[in-house]
Design a protein around this ligand. Structure first.
Ligand SMILES: Nc1nc2c([nH]c(=O)n2[C@H]2C[C@H](O)[C@@H](COP(=O)(O)OP(=O)(O)OP(=O)(O)O)O2)c(=O)[nH]1
Length: 137
C-alpha cells in the first residue's frame, strides 16, 4: 500500500421521493464535516448490517419514517476520494414509506424538484448522482 492509501468508507444513501416527484435533501449540521451542504439521508453502514438494513435504520433515526428493505431500489453509487477516506456510497430510491419526514436530529430538510437540485450545494461525491436522478424523475 502506498503512503496515501485510504480506507474505503461505506455509506448508504437514499433519494426519498414524494408523490410530486420531489427528492428529500437534508442539510449537514454545523460542527460536522461538509457542514451546510445538502445531502441524501443515510449514513455509515455499521458492522453486521447490510446497506439496505442500515438505510431502513437511518431513515427511522434521522427522519422518523418507516420503510422496508424491499422498498429500496438501487439506482447508482458514488465513488469519491476525500482527504481522509474513499467514499463508496450506494444510492437507493425509496417511494414507499410511512410517516412524515422531519429532521429528528435538528437538521433542515427540503423537498426539491429534480430540476432544482443544483440550487442546493451538495458534497462533491454527490455531484455525478444529480443527472442520474434528473433522468429518472
Ligand atoms: N448521508 C450522506 N453522506 C454523504 C453524502 N455525500 C457524502 O459525501 N457523504 C459523506 C459525508 C460523511 O463523511 C459520510 C456520512 O457519514 P455519516 O453521515 O454517517 O456520519 P457523520 O456525518 O456524522 O460523519 P462525520 O462527517 O462526522 O465523520 O458520507 C450524502 O449524500 N449522504
Amino acid at each position: 500500500m502506498s503512503e496515501t492509501a485510504r480506507s474505503i468508507l461505506l455509506v448508504a444513501a437514499c433519494a426519498l421521493i414524494d408523490s410530486d416527484g420531489r427528492i428529500l435533501l437534508a442539510q449537514r449540521p454545523e460542527g460536522k464535516s461538509l457542514a451546510g451542504l445538502w445531502e441524501f439521508p443515510g449514513g455509515k453502514v455499521e458492522p453486521g448490517e447490510t446497506p439496505e438494513e442500515s438505510l431502513v435504520r437511518e431513515l427511522h433515526e434521522e427522519l422518523g419514517i418507516t420503510t422496508k428493505v424491499a422498498c429500496l431500489a438501487p439506482l447508482s453509487f458514488a465513488s469519491h476520494t476525500y482527504e481522509k477516506f474513499h467514499l463508496l456510497m450506494p444510492l437507493y430510491v425509496c417511494r414507499r414509506y410511512e410517516g412524515i419526514a422531519h429532521g429528528k436530529e435538528g437538521q433542515a430538510l427540503k423537498w426539491v424538484k429534480p430540476q432544482a437540485l443544483r440550487d442546493y450545494p451538495m458534497p462533491p461525491a454527490d455531484e455525478p448522482l444529480i443527472p442520474i436522478l434528473q433522468d429518472l424523475l
